[in-house]
Ligand binder design. Structure first.
Ligand code: C2E
Ligand code: CA
Ligand code: CA
Length: 795
């Protein structure tokens, strides 16, 4: 150690030693950086060479500057060829060592590579020493020599390992330091091994390069090379970083959902994948194209490409010519060192679709897909505003309400009801023109707007077609049910000047169509309004009639024609309305049926009549009228049964009067109900015979106990031959089927006489007894009272 210290301090110029060390430190730092860079660079061989050259020069320069510091006090110089050779050896061995350390896959290859670099240091040193010419003899101490080689090899091996270790930032200086120690350590220990015996006979050759001169050249050249290689390194690192950054940017930009296009003027420089997908363009073909290919609006384009930074909603055209709604925003960016405009493009298709769907749902009925009330109102307002109120053209408004739709739902379930609504909507839609609109206003209510009519009556043709279309729709109906509709028509500007009134008028006409037998249409007439209002008031009052005790029953006797005996009474409902006085059942019963109140009223009449009859001494029968609505209510037989149980009236004393019309609505169902009623022991009469569909098959098919000929046939039957013929035919039919016939509405003795002559079994009418409170007939129902009628006996 002391020898080495003496060697450095006493035999060397210490200032130059420091210079050598400085160059060595500088070159080692560069060497470590270059080695790492060579490892990561794609141009590895080039950087390996640069690294080897730099490191080799560093070692070489350190050696020769240190040699300049070495002052043996004798004339000396350097052999040029060997000097150059020593440099080449340093570069070659460092290069091979570095390559081994970086590329070899085997374990500890870094140490081995480093050791080779250490060998390079030694080989350079000894070749460099061989180039050293001095006036004396040089001898070497083998122990120091071995130590020098060992220090160089081992320290260089670990310096390389540190240089290539993962924790790059922390080990940079340590690795460079170790390498400095390897070079300097080797050099000075090796120099300590040198002893020079002055010998004037050993001459320095004339061609030898003077030591001082060489040292200056070495210092200059090596500094130059080191500076150049660190500049190159810096530039390359920066390029690599930029490239990496750019790749990262591309990846990031491509990952964006939004399309991005970068434009230089109108020319597309580049675009991300999203933009290519959006516009169905090939990535490679985009660059160089004009943005005008996609963005047709020239004004917007120039705005976006100049300075506008606001979000705009517009459309772009893709490569296939398809228009795509988009949102655009542009920004100016520095791209490759130049100002460009970057356009961000957001696809609005799914948002637009969702908006359209929501809008559709808000304006359409989900079941039929028809416009809903809101849509309808808007269109009606718009058309009313557009229709010339001076009467050049007219607008017809149809209000439709399906007949007995509630029963369809009740009988066949809601799925069948929905099916009917769809069929109706389809059938009517097919009849309409481009400008017409069919809307579903709710439930079974529809409306049609027909604008541009030349005459108001043209509307009736469409109404006829609608009724016909529904008739033919019935042929395909899976439930075999009759769908029909009632239609009310109001005309703008004839019937009203605004939507509200027009709708009211059409509604009134609809009410009228319903009242007049359904499956028909009616135009609005001024007097309808008053009637409709009246009907609505009655309907309202009727709901309160029962709780307010405004109803009662009157009784009309029914008699045997042959004996004149009173066989029973028909119970007839009477209503005293506090506002209007007595109202006829011919008015309030249809309204009660329409509104459904008949269910409560009929139930009351049934119970009241049974209760009354059960209190009579004589076992006379009581006839109760049954509405079709009651007949088709699901529990009617049970209700009759419970009325009988509650009042204690024997079932054979109850007669239910059912009109023929109510049977044909659903003959199977009616038949089932009648059979259940018959099973209770109740008798059934066919009421108002002759006014309905009157078919022989009905009479035969249904289990009737009596036929009641309608009073319209009895009126003047004694004078009117046609009526007489019909009555005779019905009587014959009754006889043929073994079914007794009762003649209703006998008003005169002549009518009575005629019927008796034709052997009619029973009769009822004002002439035989006016309907009245049961008290009026006390004598007929109490024990001991004669039951024969004086009029019959008189005949
Ligand atoms: P309907 O079942 O045919 O009842 C007989 C109607 O003929 C009664 O009219 C009765 O007063 C009337 N009448 C009886 N004899 C004569 C006569 O000689 N000449 C004339 N012109 N008429 C006569 P009302 O009480 O006004 O009842 C009318 C209709 O109202 C009834 O016709 C029936 O369909 C219905 N109705 C009455 N009460 C009820 C009821 O409790 N339930 C149901 N569902 N309907 C009822
Ligand atoms: Ca009746
Ligand atoms: Ca009748």
């Amino acid at each position: 150690m002391l020898t080495v210290y003496n060697c450095i301090v006493n035999e060397h110029d210490v200032r130059l030693v420091f210079l050598a060390a400085a160059i060595c430190i500088f070159s080692c730092l560069t060497a470590v950086d270059l080695l790492r860079h060579a490892r990561n660079s794609i141009h590895r061989p080039v950087w390996l060479f640069v690294s080897a050259a730099s490191c080799g020069f560093g070692i070489w320069a350190t050696h020769f500057i240190a040699m300049m510091a070495f002052a043996p006090g004798l004339p000396s110089g350097y052999n040029g060829t060997l000097t150059v050779l020593s440099l080449l050896i340093a570069i070659a061995l460092t290069g091979i060592g570095a390559r081994l350390a970086i590329s070899a896959k085997w374990p500890n290859a870094d140490l081995a590579g480093g050791a080779l670099i250490g060998t390079g240091i030694a080989a350079m040193h000894f070749t460099g020493m061989a180039a050293f010419e001095v006036e004396g003899r040089i001898s070497w101490d083998p122990a120091f020599l071995a130590a020098a080689i060992g220090i160089g090899v081992i320290l260089a091996a670990f310096a390389t390992r540190l240089a290539l270790s993962k924790a790059e930032d922390k080990t940079r200086h340590a690795a460079a330091g170790l390498l400095v120690l390897a070079i300097c350590g080797h050099h000075f220990v090796a120099m300590s091994a040198v002893s020079i015996m002055p010998d004037a006979s050993v001459a320095v050759s004339a061609s030898a390069i003077p030591a001082n001169f060489l040292a200056v050249i070495v210092a200059l050249v090596s500094t130059l090379i080191l500076v150049a290689s660190s500049i190159a390194l810096t530039i390359d690192s920066r390029n690599q970083r930029n490239k990496f950054e750019l790749q990262r940017m591309y990846k990031l930009v491509n990952a964006a959902v939004e399309g991005l296009v970068i434009c230089d003027g109108e020319t597309i420089v580049t675009a991300n994948e999203s933009f290519c997908t959006l516009t169905s363009a090939e990535d490679s073909n985009l660059a160089g194209l004009s943005i005008a290919t996609f963005l047709l609006d020239a004004r917007l384009r120039s705005k976006l490409l100049s300075d506008q930074n606001e979000l705009v909603e517009t459309e772009i055209t893709d490569r296939n010519g398809e228009i795509i709604p988009v949102e655009l925003i542009a920004h100016t960016i520095d791209f490759n060192g130049k100002w460009h405009r970057a356009l961000a493009v957001r696809d609005l298709r799914s948002r637009k679709e969702a908006e359209a769907h929501i809008n559709y749902l808000a304006h359409h009925d989900a079941l039929t897909g028809l416009p809903n009330r809101r849509n309808f109102n808007a269109r009606l307002d718009q058309l009313i505003a557009a229709t010339d109120s001076n009467g050049e053209t007219y607008l017809a408004l149809f209000c439709l309400d399906l007949d007995r739709f509630k029963e369809v739902n009740d009988l066949f379930g809601h799925a069948a009801g929905d099916d009917i609504l769809r069929r109706v909507s389809g059938a009517i839609s097919r009849l309409l023109g481009m400008d017409d609109m069919l809307a579903r206003l709710g439930g079974d209510e529809f409306a049609v707007i027909v604008p541009g009519l030349v005459t108001p009556t043209a509307a009736s043709r469409l109404a006829d077609k609608i009724l016909e279309a529904l008739q033919s729709e019935n042929l395909n109906s899976p439930i075999g049910f009759l769908i029909s509709t009632s239609i009310g028509i109001a005309i703008f500007p004839v019937d009203a000047n605004d939507r509200e009134t027009l709708l009211n008028q059409a509604d009134t006409a609809l009410y009228q169509a319903k009242a007049e037998g359904r499956n028909t249409y009616r135009f609005f007439e001024a007097k309808m309004g008053a009637e409709a209002r009246e009907r609505r008031m009655i309907e309202h009052d009727l709901r309160n009639a029962l709780p307010r005790n405004e109803l009662r029953l009157v009784y009309q006797p029914q008699m045997r024609m042959d004996t004149g005996a009173v066989t029973g009474f028909e119970a007839l409902m009477r209503w005293h309305n506090p506002r209007q006085g007595d109202i006829s059942p011919t008015i309030f019963i249809p309204i009660a049926e329409e509104s459904g109140v008949i269910l409560q009223l009929g139930e009351w009449a049934l119970n009241e009549a049974c209760r009354e009859a059960a209190s009579w001494d004589k076992p006379l029968s009581v006839a109760v009228n049954v509405s079709a609505v009651q007949l088709y209510s699901h529990d009617f037989p049970q209700r009759v049964h419970s009325a009988l149980l509650k009042t204690g009236l024997p079932s054979n004393r109850l007669e239910l009067e059912i009109t023929e019309t109510s049977l044909i609505k659903d003959t199977n169902r009616a038949l089932t109900t009648l059979r259940q009623l018959k099973a209770l022991g109740v008798r059934i009469a066919m009421d108002d015979f002759g006014t309905g569909y009157s078919s022989l098959s009905n009479v035969r098919a249904f289990p009737f106990d009596m036929i009641k000929i309608d009073r319209s046939f009895i009126k003047s039957v004694d004078k009117n031959e046609q009526a007489a013929a019909i009555v005779k035919a019905v009587l014959g039919l009754g006889r043929g089927l073994g079914m007794p016939v009762l003649a209703e509405g006998i008003e005169t003795p002549d009518e009575l006489e005629f019927l008796m002559g034709e052997s009619c079994a029973a009769g009822q009418g004002f002439y035989l007894g006016m309907p009245g409170p049961i008290e009026d007939f006390r004598h007929l129902i109490s024990d001991g009272a004669p039951v024969e009628d004086k009029k019959l006996i008189a005949l």
